[in-house]
Unconditional design. Structure first.
Lengths: 146, 146
DNA sequence: CTAGATTAAGATAAAAGACTCCGAATTAAA
DNA sequence: TTTAATTCGGAGTCTTTTATCTTAATCTAG
């Protein structure tokens, strides 16, 4: 299949980014998120629950309840979310699965991959949700429910 | 989960690399591969079947039968194998799963990721099985069955 | 205070991926 | 020519991920 992040993780990134677009204090419901981002309702519920547990979001029950960011958008990096959902094992395993591959016995792709891996890590820690949200707001960036 | 290539794909890479170590003309059986590389026997059978179908390997039934490379080791790139097993969709999807993200409507990570993605692609097309095999042959690189 | 909206939580189902089993087909070696 | 080794092909199982369903707990609005 060749993926980097799980579907859960992709949903989480999208949802948190969308929530970051709302004026501070306003709550966003699962219903709205699921509809606009086209994510399965109950599945998204579980994911957001997890993010609340990890402190990245806060939640409120009842009418006009929903979810909001647990800290400033600029302080939530992509890494925070990926780590919360997927974990970050990919940072120290041989990409090609060679069991004996390590720093001391590198496979032919080891060093090359090391650089790429560092690059991915840098991207995750350097990009924050505020930046992501800014791009999502652009007019061309039409969402499912318009 | 954060993976890049499926387990099937990892097994394929390891098996093809091991086969490349054999003198040309000699066949390698599933039995030997499964034992030395510590890969489930029947599962490996299916994977190799697929690689034969795709032309990367050739096979021969019966005693002293097995598998051999379908072309010169230096002409089989990692890309060939990844493409045959996993497909290479990752080369044109948004890493973060944003459905609207594209070259024209890039998300904040798009350009940055584009470079990393190109790097991964370059690694896959530039590394070939002959190079991988050379490293596998090193003495430190002990295999499961010695 | 009540009703309805919403999250929380657990159990369940469906889909995909990883892996196994069995028997048929083929072929080299004895 | 027989036998045994091997790949081939299909069906089936197990596990993980993704997704759904149901009920309980909570809270706001009226």
């Amino acid at each position: 299949m060749s993926i980097i992040f799980s579907r859960q993780c992709e949903y989480a990134l999208q949802a948190v980014t969308y929530i970051a677009l709302k004026p501070s204090g306003e709550m966003t419901s699962i219903k709205e998120l699921a509809k606009i981002l086209d994510i399965p309702y109950h599945f998204l519920g579980k994911i957001l629950q997890n993010l609340v547990y990890k402190g990245l979001l806060i939640s409120q029950k009842g009418p006009s309840g929903g979810f909001a960011l647990g800290m400033a958008a600029k302080d939530i990096t992509l890494f925070h979310i990926v780590e919360a959902i997927d974990g970050v094992d990919f940072t120290n395993k041989c990409v090609l699965g060679f069991p004996e591959c390590s720093g001391k016995n590198p496979c032919a792709a080891h060093t090359h991959w090391g650089n790429l891996r560092d690059g991915i890590y840098q991207m995750l820690v350097s990009k924050n949700i505020a930046e992501m949200a800014k791009d999502m707001k652009k007019p061309e960036y039409q969402l499912a429910a318009g």
